[in-house]
Structure formats: C-alpha cells, structure tokens
Ligand binder design. Structure first.
Ligand code: F6R
Length: 609
C-alpha cells in the first residue's frame, strides 16, 4: 500500500527519502515520487513503476535539497501512471502533498474548487484535490492552512505537506492511517511506517488519530484535534529491520492474518453509504443488465476459487440465479455454455493469473458481461473486465493468501445483496439485517484473533501428523477446502477436504485410529447433521477438532477439542471460521520449520498455464 517519507535537516533530502521509500517497497506499489525544496520553489519528480525509475530521473540532475517529502503509490483513484503518482501540487506549485488513504468527499470538494476557484485538475486522484484545498487556505502559515483543510476533509488518511514559502517545514496529519515522526540530531523525519526510518533513527513519536504534526529540523510539535499542543513519550524501536517490515510479526502471513479486520472493514465501508445503501461507484452494470442475466459463472483459481464457492451460495440465495463455480484452467478448455445473458465473475487477488485471464477472455468472446473481484488496481484482469469490484485487502506479500480471501468473501456478499435488492428477490428487512451483520464482523474477527495462543497450543499437539482431513457442510464445505489448502501449501502436510455428507461414499475408508479431522459445524441448520458426521469419524478412531459458534456447546460431547467463533448469521460464518484455520496452518508450518512466506514450488502470481 502507499508509503510516505519526509525529511527536514542538513542532509540530502533526496538520498534519505529515496532510501526510506525503498524500505517500503515490500508493501507493494505502482509508482513513486518526491517533492523537494529547490530554493524558492518546490520541484516534483515522479513516475510510474519501480523506485529505480525515479532514481534514474533524479540521477540526471544535481539536487541539493534539505527538505522533502516522498511517496510510493498503490493505486486506488485513477490507474497507475506518471500523472497520478504523488506528490501532487496546487495550481501555482506553491504547495505539494503526499497522501495515503482515501479522501471520501473528494468529488464534492473538487466540484467546489472547480466552480468557485476555476481550478483545473491534472490527475484522476482524490489526493490532488487536497493540494488545491490547502493552497486556497494558505496565508503564510502552513499548519493553519492544513487545519482549515482537514476540517473539510472526510475519509481515512495520512497526509504530508510542504509549502514553497516555508521551506524548512513539513506538516503532517494522521486520520485512521499510520504516521510516525522520527527524532534525529539536527534533523527530523516523518513516515508512514517504521522501517522507512530505521537506518536513521530509533527514537520516534507515534502519532495518534486526528493529530497534526509540525516537523522542522530542530523541533517536532504534535497537536490534537482541538489544535492544542500535546506531549508524547518517545518510543524506542528495538526491532531489527527485517522484523520492522513485518510490523514486528515473525512472518508476512501472520501480519496479513491480523490485517483482516481492517481489510474487511475497508471493503465493506467503501461500498456502503451512511444510510446503509450499497454504492457501486464506477460499476456500470444496470438494473436491466442484472434482470437480463439468467446464469452466473464464477471462475478463479486456488483460494480465489474457494471464495467463489461461498459466493455461489450467497448469489443463488439472494438473487435467485443459478451460479456455477469453476476453476479457470478447466473452464477455458471446456467450451462452456456462455452467452450475452451470462454474468461472468472473475476473482483474483493479483489480477494477473493467466488461467483466470484466459477464462475471462473466453467468456467475453462469447458475449458474457465480465465483473471482476480484484485486489491489484490496474492489473490485467481489472483492465479487461467490464466492471471491477476492488477488494481493499492492501498488498498481500505472503504467498499463502489470507486477507485477499476474506475481502473477496465480503465482495461476494455485497454483490449478492446488490443483485438481490435490484431484482427484488430479498426484502428490506433481510437486506438491513445482513448489512448490519456484515458491519459487526471486524470486531468479531478481533475476538477470533485473540484466540491465537489457544490455536498455537493446538498446533503443538498436531504438527507431527502427516495427514489431516477437513469436513463441513454448506458454506463450511467451502471453508474446509480453504483450510486444507492453507495447511498443505505452507506445512506440506497431506491434507484433504470433503463435504461432510460425502465422506461415507468412499473417503471414510482412510479414517483410522488418531487420524486428525477438523470438523466445521458453524451452520445452525446443519449442526445436528455435522454432529452425526463427527460421530462417524469418531467411531473409526479419529481425533476431532470441532469448530462451532459460541453457544453450540453440544459439539464438545463429540469433538476432542473445540474452537469457537462468535455468533453470527449462518451465511457469513466463513468470514470468521477461516481465520482459526489460517492460524492453525501458520503455527503448524512454523513448528515444522517451513519457509512460511515463500513455500516451496509456489509463486505469488501464477502467470503460466
Ligand atoms: C493460495 C493462493 C493461490 C491463489 C491462486 C489465484 O494461498 O494464494 O491458490 O489464490 O493462485 O491467485 P489470484 O487470486 O492472484 O488469481
């Protein structure tokens, strides 16, 4: 995701900022840029692509700047491009900003600036609006202008600003996006993340929400939302650089598991307005398009395919349309029945998976309307789709997908709700209850994550096993496949998932004394059926880990160990139940000494057949 680095002092702002930005590369980005004081004016250099592209531009000139701000961008509003890259400046170039996050009311501010101040905009970004907004309020004191601007701004952001007329100052604001200030000797720093500054400082201030910080070479002043100066204890960072990139987590996978409440929150809230209505900005699919579909294909690979399985139940239930879910590598060679009444949904974290892309092209060729659910903005799947529904997971670094899956699930629920609402196949009360239940998930997920020590203990008991089975019914069957994939891909344990009712048709032959079976029983209406399936495997000597909703304590009579998730409606349990399975896979793989973030034989983006 986007990164920010700023510097004021006697050193080379350019070198320090580029160095800091490089430390944030692991977060994923598509463009970078820097604004620096060039003696009476602000110069900006920025471009699409790697930081090395920016370095190549900078290497052609001698730059002796001592104040500057830099940015790595992960596109949200507007495709990755030179012009959309940060920093952005106001019309006369006297103010420059870098911005992480989203300015939610940017359209309203943009229209006002265009109408009342005749401002024209160079980029498609929400961020450029902020530079102009500060520009019109600027009257010789940057922090005053920033205070006025943030009063008008809605959204979640970290913002960093410089002004031509105050060349030794950076003003930065934190609103729901990370920001720190680094305390140097004769110089000071600002950054979105600790790793960016570790080479230079170990003493930092952690900026809190709604605080504004004014950084000069010899001072860092922090102001609260009432513009009162606040004192902050110095935080000493004792992580090594490697741990810092992972925010102190031992692996990216664990960090990403913990980022799920945020990813789910973002994915939902970017699509729901204050009245609880779904807003599909940028999606052109109309009511008559939706009414015209008589079939939906969901096509994807691996984890994304598993998200599709859950999507199928949701869309069929809410929109009353038959849905087929298929792995992309099969779909593309099957001559599937697709026409202009087909909605084709491609799900892909990377947006570059060759099989998914090929299936999408095939569906398009046959006349389907293509809606994609994608994490990486501007990726091939996104570019080739008629409509894109972005997940807000942020960059996923670990090869094993975690937060992409749960945000994909969230998208599938929103799409299903939207289709059902548009077609009138769900009523107002159902819709409202469902949205309310979705909104409660991030907090419930925090509770699930708090069970981490318990899961780690369980992993200690299980990690020497060479075979693990996962069973479940309904949405739990889909989550079983995902839990099993997580385990096998990072721990190399032979793991198999099957719909619980299907066990008795053959696979149960493999269950013997002490075989580990993870039994998902989160569906109220199928709970008793699952208890019977658990009994079947217990009768053959299995060691059963049950996974159920709080309150369904009957499972303890059957299972040897039980993991609980908070109560929620049956349809959305996958958002919660997958997380203990991700943690279990993680801790088992860790105990087996596996290379968790880069499992053998696997790649993050599979661009071959
Ligand atoms: C498993 C995993 C893979 C991907 C699959 C599709 O943890 O990450 O199964 O889900 O390769 O990748 P995307 O979603 O990028 O199309």
């Amino acid at each position: 995701m986007c990164g920010i680095v700023g510097y004021v002092g006697n050193g080379s702002a350019r070198e320090i900022i580029i160095d800091g930005l490089k430390k944030l590369e692991y977060r994923g980005y598509d463009s970078s840029g820097i604004a620096f004081d060039a003696g009476g004016k602000i110069e900006i250099r920025k471009c699409q692509g790697r930081i090395s592209n920016l370095e190549a531009i900078l290497s052609k000139e001698t730059i002796d700047a001592h104040t500057g701000i830099g940015h790595t961008r992960w596109a949200t509003h507007g495709a990755p491009s030179d012009v959309n890259a940060h920093p952005h400046a106001n019309s006369d170039g006297s103010i420059a900003i870098v911005h992480n996050g989203i300015l939610e009311n940017y359209i309203e501010i943009k229209e006002w600036l265009a109408k009342d101040y005749e401002i024209t905009f160079k980029s498609e970004t929400d961020s450029e609006v902020i530079a102009h907004l500060i520009g019109i309020y600027y009257d010789g004191n940057l922090e005053d202008a920033v205070f006025k601007a943030i009063d008008r701004m809605r959204g979640a952001y970290a913002l960093c600003v410089v002004a031509k007329d105050e060349p030794d100052k950076i003003v930065a604001v934190r609103k729901d996006a990370p920001l720190i200030a680094g305390i140097g000797h004769g110089c000071n720093f600002i950054a979105s993340d600790i790793p960016a500054l570790l080479k230079y400082v170990r003493e930092i201030y952690l900026i809190e929400n709604n605080e504004t910080v004014v950084v000069t070479a010899d001072n860092i002043k922090i102001y609260n939302a009432d513009r009162q100066e606040v004192k902050r204890d110095v935080f000493h960072v004792n992580w090594d650089a490697d741990a810092a990139e992972k925010d102190g987590y031992s692996h990216f996978m664990l960090k990403e598991i913990h980022e799920q409440p945020k990813g789910i929150y973002e994915t939902l809230h970017r699509r729901i307005d204050e009245n609880g209505e779904i807003v599909l900005d940028g999606i052109k699919m109309t009511k008559s398009d939706i009414e015209n579909f008589n079939k939906v294909y969901i096509v994807a690979c691996g984890t994304a395919y598993h998200a599709g399985l859950v999507g199928k139940s949701a869309i069929e239930k809410m929109a009353h349309i038959p849905v087929e879910v298929e792995v992309a590598s099969e779909f593309r060679y099957r001559d599937p029945f697709v026409d202009d009444k087909t909605l084709f949904i491609a799900i892909s974290q990377s947006g570059e998976t060759l099989d998914t892309l090929a299936a999408l092209r095939e569906a398009k060729r046959k006349g389907a309307r293509v809606l994609s659910v994608v994490n990486v903005v501007g990726s091939s799947v996104a570019r080739e789709s008629d409509d894109v529904f972005y997940t807000w997971a942020g960059p996923e670094i670990a090869v094993a997908s975690t937060k992409a899956y749960t945000t994909q699930l969230m998208c599938m629920y929103i799409i299903a709700l939207y289709m059902g609402r548009t077609k009138g196949t769900i009523d107002e009360a159902y819709y409202k209850e469902f949205i309310n239940e979705l909104a409660l998930i991030p907090d419930k997920l925090e509770k699930v994550l708090a069970d981490e020590p318990k899961i780690e203990e369980l992993a200690k008991q299980l990690y020497r096993n060479e075979h693990v089975f996962f069973i479940g019914r309904g949405p739990d069957a889909g989550v079983s496949y995902e839990g099993s994939l997580k385990l096998k891909e990072i721990s190399y344990i032979n793991s198999f998932a099957i719909a619980a009712g299907e066990l008795k048709h053959g696979t149960i032959a493999l269950i013997e004394q002490d075989t580990v079976v993870v039994a998902l029983a989160t569906q109220d209406r199928l709970f008793e059926k699952m208890l019977s399936n658990i009994q079947e495997v217990k009768a053959r000597g299995a060691y059963v880990i049950g996974l159920a909703k709080e309150g369904n304590a009957d499972i303890e009579k059957q299972a040897d160990k039980t993991i609980y998730i908070p109560q929620c409606i049956d349809e959305i349990t996958p958002l919660l139940s997958v997380v203990p399975l991700q943690m279990l896979a993680y801790y088992i793989a860790k105990l087996r000494g596996c290379d968790i973030d880069k499992p053998k034989n696997l790649a993050k983006s599979v661009t071959v057949e």
